[in-house]
Ligand binder design. Structure first.
Ligand SMILES: *[C@@H]1O[C@H](CO)[C@@H](O)[C@H](O)[C@H]1NC(C)=O
Ligand SMILES: *[C@@H]1O[C@H](CO)[C@@H](O)[C@H](O)[C@H]1NC(C)=O
Ligand SMILES: *[C@@H]1O[C@H](CO)[C@@H](O)[C@H](O)[C@H]1NC(C)=O
Ligand SMILES: *[C@@H]1O[C@H](CO)[C@@H](O)[C@H](O)[C@H]1NC(C)=O
Length: 359
């Protein structure tokens, strides 16, 4: 791994990874016994590798800063949820559902899939993906396997009560659906306000499905500044600036998601807790040493992903974006730290992950 700059920032990451990958610490347990991950390319760690789709990242230069090289993660090193996994003191990353053979599913599974959305059709113009509904179906399969291991569904649910459930999805319902009227009719059918409501209604049903099979601690992550990706700026931005209408749609989605978290914290107050992470509240600050905000670090193809085997930028820690859509690992590190232990209270609501797992 080559992290030349910002050693004070990157050192904790190196230590965490070393600790995790080399099993330094044999004592000590993770802060929760299990972690289940639902989402899109921000969290995918290999579930798209064998799908028929152009949304793949199991080739170089993806993974250039990951201990085992390219894995199907859409960034140069660990993702934000990988780093949160380490902050929770898991000794290994959570395995992808596509390859759970040989893994301890009692510790959790990662169902996330690049290009996936809350809506089934989101991203499908690029090929297959595992939409959130299918991710929940996969979880039901894992729950039944856990029930066999633990001696019944009731015991399985009791165990699953203690796990953390991380749900980070919605960007593709905009980027790979609502913003592409040539492929998808949603922008003709719904106003931005109505579309956000439709998405959140569907998400609320999925969260209740998870609750039905034992989920009690939920992290829901809002949509980031989707109008500020290098792809949005270069294809739809004027004069190299962010597409503010697209950011406005993300804000509407996030307002609705935050209201859902409030609603569910009342509706399920007897047994559950939900938190909302505001990905637009910003951990990106030039004082962290970023110098390039709107250009990808790797040379990119028409689909915005890195071109296979092309040399990426050297000063990766100065770039906010790895490819035209996905943040670099240094940004993921800042996001993970801010989500886990909120020095910025606007970032996590009504509490951070550290407090959620303690409660
Ligand atoms: C699947 O997981 C096993 C054990 O966790 C690992 O050794 C193997 O390399 C993985 N296979 C693929 C194709 O990633
Ligand atoms: C874009 O930049 C040009 C030249 O600087 C300026 O004349 C124009 O008003 C700008 N357009 C917008 C939408 O900001
Ligand atoms: C998220 O953070 C942004 C920036 O601080 C803020 O404008 C917005 O209102 C927040 N959204 C929610 C739902 O809290
Ligand atoms: C969380 O942040 C607070 C203050 O920012 C700090 O005192 C505390 O040690 C942090 N906890 C962890 C586990 O990093």
């Amino acid at each position: 791994m080559t992290f030349e700059t910002r050693p004070w920032l990157v050192l904790p990451l190196l230590l965490l990874i070393a600790n995790c990958m080399q099993h330094y610490s044999v004592h000590g347990e993770s802060k929760v016994p299990c972690l289940f991950i639902f989402g899109d390319s921000l969290s995918d760690n290999g579930n798209n590798n064998n799908l028929v789709t152009t949304t793949k990242s199991n080739y170089k230069p993806y993974g250039i800063d990951f201990p085992t090289g390219p894995t199907g993660r859409f960034t140069n090193g660990p993702t934000a949820i990988d780093i949160i996994t380490l902050l929770l003191e898991f000794k290994d990353f959570i395995p992808p559902y596509a390859n759970i053979s040989g893994s301890d599913i009692l510790k959790g599974v990662n169902y996330a899939s690049g290009a996936a959305g809350i809506r089934v059709e989101s991203g499908k113009h690029m090929g297959d993906d595992i939409s959130l509904g299918l991710q929940i179906t996969h979880h039901l399969d894992v729950v039944s396997k856990i029930a066999i291991k633990l001696g019944g569904l009731r015991k399985a649910k009791e165990y699953l009560n203690k796990c953390l459930y991380y749900v980070n999805i919605g960007s593709n319902d905009y980027i790979n659906n609502y913003f592409l009227p040539q492929f998808y009719p949603t922008s003709y059918l719904y106003s931005p306000q109505k579309y956000a409501e439709v998405l959140i209604n569907q998400l609320s049903l999925y969260l209740q499905n998870l609750h039905d099979v034992g989920a009690r601690k939920f992290v829901t992550v809002g949509v980031g500044l989707i109008g500020c990706t290098p792809n949005a700026i270069s294809t739809r931005g004027t004069n190299g600036s962010c597409v503010e209408e697209e950011n406005a749609d993300a804000f509407i989605f996030n307002d609705n998601l935050k209201s859902l978290v409030d609603l569910f914290n009342i509706k399920f107050s007897a047994d559950s807790k939900f938190i909302f992470i505001n990905s637009t509240a910003g951990t990106i600050d030039p004082s962290f040493g970023f110098t390039v905000f709107d250009v990808a670090c790797c040379p990119t193809a028409d689909n915005g992903l890195c071109i296979r085997d092309q040399m990426p930028c050297e000063n990766r820690n100065e770039y906010v974006f790895w490819d035209e859509f996905h943040p670099t690992t240094v940004v993921n590190l800042l996001t993970a730290i801010a989500s886990y232990n909120a020095s910025n209270p606007a970032f996590t609501y009504p509490m951070d992950i550290e407090h959620l797992v303690q409660s």
